[in-house]
Design a protein around this ligand. Structure first.
Ligand SMILES: [Fe+2]
Ligand SMILES: [Fe+2]
Length: 255
């Protein structure tokens, strides 16, 4: 398993805590988000290997056994590898995922049944309301979905806006250039085609932009505060230009 530095804990919006670790070997941050509320929600579980340090980091904010909801976007180790460890640590916790995620993976994988969310369905945790957005294949995976907290307008972005390096917890600028650099670099290596680009890509990103998020809670890299609508439209351009099928990417990626 990789080695990592951290964790760091940063409140990036009221009651939204970014818990971050950095893996120097891959020059990549992994960030997980805890929302403090009557029914606390953890969005993305981290790996089994990061569970002990993440639990310690959560304990700086709340008693980890109080976690009520454990959400994630899609079935991958950084998103939900430690799901069953969290369910063991928090006896009242339930997984939260898409309908497809539940049907295809989580009903079988998880030690307790998940809450399977339909597109547009809302999960109320007390003061906060999380609207589930089905985003199949964005960032990747048939089961992909995102949560949007409506009262503070925080979008839990998963892998969207992927950046590399040990960057600051929260930024107000420069996001687009960093994402372009990271995606371009990945396209030239063994991790190419990280995010599929298809006919629905821009439709989904436009739908997310219309939510007008004020905070983008990003798994890999800095979170963002500011005009989230514009950031998502800029992301659509960056993805089209770095991941879209064109003469350049065709020849480069199908070698
Ligand atoms: Fe992913
Ligand atoms: Fe990820």
């Amino acid at each position: 398993m990789f080695s990592f530095n951290g964790p760091t804990v940063t409140e990036i919006a009221p009651d939204v805590y970014r818990i971050g670790v950095y893996a120097p070997a891959s020059e990549l941050q992994f960030n997980f988000f805890l929302v403090r509320d009557d029914q606390p929600l953890l969005f993305t579980t981290g790996f089994r290997a990061t569970f002990p340090v993440l639990r310690e980091a959560v304990a700086r904010v709340i008693d980890p056994s109080r976690i009520r909801w454990v959400g994630f976007s899609h079935f991958e180790s950084d998103e939900c590898g430690a799901l069953n460890l969290w369910l063991e640590a928090a006896p009242h916790a339930e997984p939260v995922c898409s309908f497809v995620g539940a049907a295809v993976n989580v009903n079988d994988f998880a030690s307790r049944p998940p809450k399977a969310m339909a597109d547009g369905e809302v999960l109320a945790t007390g003061r906060y309301r999380f609207r589930f957005c089905s985003t199949a294949q964005i960032p990747h995976g048939w089961d992909a979905g995102l949560l949007f907290e409506e009262t503070q307008k925080t979008l839990l972005c998963s892998d969207l806006f992927h950046q590399t390096g040990d960057v600051e917890p929260l930024t107000e600028s420069g996001l687009s250039d960093r994402v372009r650099a990271a995606l371009s670099r990945m396209q030239g290596g063994p991790l190419a085609n990280y995010i599929p680009y298809n006919a629905r890509t821009e439709v989904i990103l436009e739908r997310l932009a219309a939510l007008k998020p004020k905070t983008l809670a990003i798994m890999h890299g800095s979170s963002f505060t500011g005009d989230g609508e514009r950031a998502l439209r800029d992301l659509a351009v960056v993805m089209r230009e770095t991941l879209g099928i064109g003469p350049q990417s065709e020849s480069k990626n199908n070698r």
